[in-house]
Design a protein around this ligand. Structure first.
Ligand code: TYM
Length: 334
């Protein structure tokens, strides 16, 4: 774990709703693959989650559910630090310092801030605007080399890079400048009902998203209802957003390439293809759901995993924060 030769990976998911197959395909799948080779820090970003209103009891419950889900998807707590963001106080502390090297204008221009401000017009709080700075603090605290994310988070990783470079120029070399890692397929899974829009955990139309907790019948029914086009050819194309999305999903869940998928379903209709996608996803989800349920019944074990993850994260975070405090001239005792 503390092997300094290994490259460092950082990523996180917000416990702000039930995870979708988009989160799985764009992020978690990648995390599992990376833990073999890298030193990984994976967080449940509950501090980010409260930038929109959350029910406290539900937030607490979802945090544990998410930890169990990560483990059920194959995250190995021996290999990586799996922890809850709010349990490592350095995230908030570094954010303050980074706030003082970030401009209000650049935060107001962030796409997600603009989208969320529209969606939650009655709650445009400071946290919503500061969200990318907290995310930069997350990543920079661990001196991460790479940050595996879906396409929607790329802009946030880029601003984290800008903040790191600006800080380094001002105070001397302090942070490693991180690279986003975005998968070729699955990095942007779209809504099943409006395939030009990202699949999201907070979509009001439940048929638009497949949740990792959906049962087999629900998964198959939602895929059957997925919006496609009027021709009947299973082919990736810009003007075939619905079918292209289903091909990406099939490819992410079976490991087959896009070309092999197109070949497999050449001459077959959409009905048959939709059923095959549904079955591939349901087959993958069933064992994950069973394992998550088993883990959730063992709260003591989950608590131990998260405590040990937080302890490992704390040690790494403390090193960076102490360096930052020294650089900016904060008194740290004699
Ligand atoms: P969040 O919780 O919205 O999403 C978690 C991860 O899932 C990816 N994702 C998708 N990928 C493909 N298709 C989709 N439809 C889809 N929807 C979501 C996201 O890109 C993300 O990788 N701010 C982050 C959490 C975060 C974080 C960090 C990430 C906090 N601190 C530090 C990386 C590094 C977020 O809201 O992700």
């Amino acid at each position: 774990m503390e092997n300094t030769e290994k490259k460092i990976i950082y990523s996180a998911v917000q416990p702000s709703g039930n995870l979708t197959i988009g989160n799985y395909a764009g992020a978690i799948r990648n995390w599992v693959a990376m833990q073999e080779e890298y030193e990984c820090f994976y967080a449940i970003a509950n501090m980010h989650a409260i930038t929109v209103r959350q029910d406290p009891a539900e937030l607490r419950r979802r945090t544990l559910e998410m930890a169990a889900l990560y483990l059920a998807c194959g995250i190995d707590p021996q290999k990586c630090a799996l922890y809850v963001q709010s349990q490592v106080p350095q995230h908030a502390e570094l954010m303050w310092v980074l706030n003082c090297s970030t401009y209000v204008g650049e935060m107001q221009r962030m796409t997600q801030f603009k989208d969320k401000s529209q969606k939650h017009a009655d709650n445009i709080n400071m946290g919503l605007m500061d969200y990318p700075v907290l995310m930069a603090a997350d990543i920079l605290l661990y001196q991460a080399h790479c940050v595996p994310v879906g396409v929607d988070q790329k802009q946030h990783v880029e601003i984290a890079r800008d903040i790191a470079i600006r800080f380094n120029n001002r105070y001397g070399e302090t942070f490693r400048v991180p690279e986003p890692v975005i998968l070729k397929t699955g990095a942007k899974i779209m809504s099943l009902q409006e395939p030009t829009k990202k699949m999201s955990k907070s979509d009001e139309n439940v048929n638009a998203s497949i949740f990792l907790c959906d049962d087999r019948d629900t998964v198959i029914r939602k895929f059957k209802r997925a919006v496609t086009d009027s021709d009947n050819e299973v082919r990736m194309a810009e003007d075939k957003a619905g079918i292209s999305n289903l091909i990406s999903i099939y490819s992410s869940f079976t490991g087959k390439s896009v070309q092999d998928t197109e070949r497999e379903f050449s001459g077959k209709g959409y009905g048959e293809f939709k059923l095959a996608v549904g079955e591939a996803v349901a087959d993958k989800l069933a064992p994950v759901q069973a394992e998550q349920k088993r883990l959730l019944a063992d709260k003591k074990y989950l608590g131990e995993v998260l405590a040990s993850g937080a302890e490992r994260a704390f040690k790494a975070a403390r090193r960076t924060l102490s360096k930052v405090y020294r650089k900016v001239g904060f008194y740290q005792g004699e």
